[in-house]
Design a protein around this ligand. Structure first.
Ligand code: NAP
Length: 479
């Protein structure tokens, strides 16, 4: 912690907020203050934007190989410092160290992937239908970007945006979540060490997100917004982006259905449920929110899931053997408590968990609810906690209809041993991603993203860099 930067990173320099403001970063396991970081205001954001705008033209002309090698070096430094970064992440966010190490590896992979993509940006040449005119197509960086990230994956949500932006030749202002600024500041230091030129990445930590971001979005110099966070905030930022017609990518909330058919392999289904529900203590956009289990297997599935969930060890993420850390803060926990209370009031049975422990921190136990009424609030709210809510169904058409009956469409999970059914149901689900007999879909080589109110655009995969590139078409008449 002692070496972790706590100032703003602007134009390649570490600086205090112009008005000297700072904000506290808390440890969710104890509720105590870990440290203070600079709390940027609109003036600081303006300076960060100035630095990004000033660096853009030269950076766009940098050789793709040079951009690629910066990313590759940063990837290697991140991997070398896995332990240090994992401890930092656990301190500010709470997830157990093993999960934090997993996130460091996942985050680093975005840099490796996009270091490989930086040198594969293609163009095109063609003869137009009249046979005379030629078309030359080139791809260029979209320009200075504003990147806004959430607290739940503090490192990976940053690298998933910064990686393709660097590869494409864009400059950036990054605004991380106020709960978890340290991982982003550590990442900026690593990129500087890897040779990223001054001004290409600027990081503003702030507790005044609206005041800091809105002028940038409306000002006309930022050309791209890449946002990961809740659908409500995404909607607001889309409206703010409309004034200056800023290009946007939106990775928003989810309400994932997890469907277990009568012909599912229950070992696979329970393993998949543990990952889809418990990765990141349930604080993931991909978290299974609604478990639809066929009536004929619901009892067995519920019993086995409750047994596995009940065996998990809850405690501070730094303690050996802990599986489940604290939730991000008491507000987050309060929301989970309310959702469980509402479901129980409407008739749900608690198979395991459901009771908030005494003591410091924001811990909540792994919980399984069965017999959940479809009118319960947790059916149309992201739970964002370690609570599995089980409902039953009897036939395929019915479960597809209920799974799709939500404004979100990020991911769905399907468990069946029938290939026909697996493909048919996957195709009918209104989601951007499907986990077929698996509870994990995230992979830097795959396009991540949702449909409906879960977002616009994709991050990662071959298409991830497209979000940061524009086509330019050159018309050339040939006599
Ligand atoms: P959030 O409240 O929407 O905040 C996300 C980020 O937006 C934070 O940095 C936040 O800063 C900032 N923000 C909020 N209001 C803003 C404004 N008016 N102008 C500019 N920035 C603003 O979400 P969260 O609670 O941090 O994260 C959880 C949500 O993220 C869930 O809905 C989850 O599903 C979603 N998520 C989606 C994905 C995906 O890939 N689809 C991945 C991870 C998480 P402040 O906190 O200071 O307001």
């Amino acid at each position: 912690m002692t070496d972790t930067p706590t100032q703003l990173f602007i134009g390649g320099a570490w600086v205090d907020a112009a008005d000297g403001a700072t904000m506290a970063v808390d440890d969710p396991a104890t509720g105590e203050i870990l440290c203070h970081v600079a709390d940027a205001g609109p003036k600081d954001a303006q300076r960060a934007e100035d630095a990004a705008v000033a660096a853009q033209e030269k950076w766009a002309r940098t050789a793709p190989r040079a951009r690629s090698e910066i990313l590759r070096r940063a990837y290697e430094i991140i991997v070398e410092r896995t332990d240090e970064l994992a401890h930092l992440m656990t301190a500010e966010m709470g997830k157990p160290l093993a999960e934090a190490r997993g996130e460091v590896a996942y985050a680093a992979e975005f840099f490796r992937w996009f270091s490989e993509e930086a040198v594969r940006i293609d163009g095109g040449h063609g003869t137009l239908p009249d046979g005379r005119n030629r078309m030359l197509l080139s791809r260029r960086p979209v320009g200075p970007c504003l990147l806004i990230t959430p607290w739940n994956f503090p490192l990976a949500m940053g690298t998933r945006k910064i990686g393709p932006a660097i590869a494409a030749g864009c400059t950036m202002v990054l605004k991380p979540a106020p709960q978890t600024p340290l991982s982003s500041l550590a990442l900026a230091a690593i990129l500087k060490e890897a040779g990223l030129p001054d001004g290409v990445l600027n990081v503003v930590t702030t507790s005044r997100a609206g005041e800091v971001c809105e002028p940038l979005l409306r000002g006309g110099r930022i050309r791209k917004l890449s946002f990961t966070g809740s659908t409500g905030v995404g909607r607001l930022l889309l409206a703010q982006s409309a004034d200056a017609v800023v290009r946007t990518s939106m990775e928003l909330g989810g309400n994932a259905p997890f469907i277990v058919f009568e012909d599912a392999d229950l070992d696979k289904a329970v393993d998949g449920a543990m990952v889809a529900k418990m990765r990141n203590m349930g604080e993931a956009c991909t978290a299974a929110n609604r478990f639809f289990v066929h009536t004929s297997v619901v009892e067995e599935f519920g019993r086995r899931l409750a047994e596995r969930m009940g065996a998990l060890i809850v405690g501070p993420g730094t303690r050996d053997g802990v599986d489940v850390g604290p939730l991000i803060d008491r507000n987050g926990r309060g929301k989970v408590e309310e959702l469980v209370a509402d479901a129980v009031e409407r008739g749900a049975r608690v198979l395991v968990g459901g009771r908030t422990p005494e003591g410091p921190g924001s811990f909540y136990p792994p919980t399984v609810l069965t017999g959940v009424d479809s009118g319960s609030r947790l059916m149309d709210t992201e739970i964002f906690g370690p609570v599995a809510a089980i409902l039953t169904f009897d036939d395929e058409d019915e479960v597809v209809r209920r799974a799709n009956d939500t404004p979100w469409g990020l991911v769905g999970y399907v468990f069946t041993e029938g290939l026909d059914r697996a493909l048919r149901v996957s195709e009918r689900l209104e989601v951007g991603m499907v986990g077929l007999n698996t509870g994990l879909v995230s992979n830097p080589a795959a396009p991540f993203g949702g449909v409906k109110q879960s977002g616009l655009g994709r991050e990662g995969g071959r298409v991830g860099i497209d979000e940061f590139l524009e086509y330019q078409y050159l018309a050339v008449p040939v006599g």
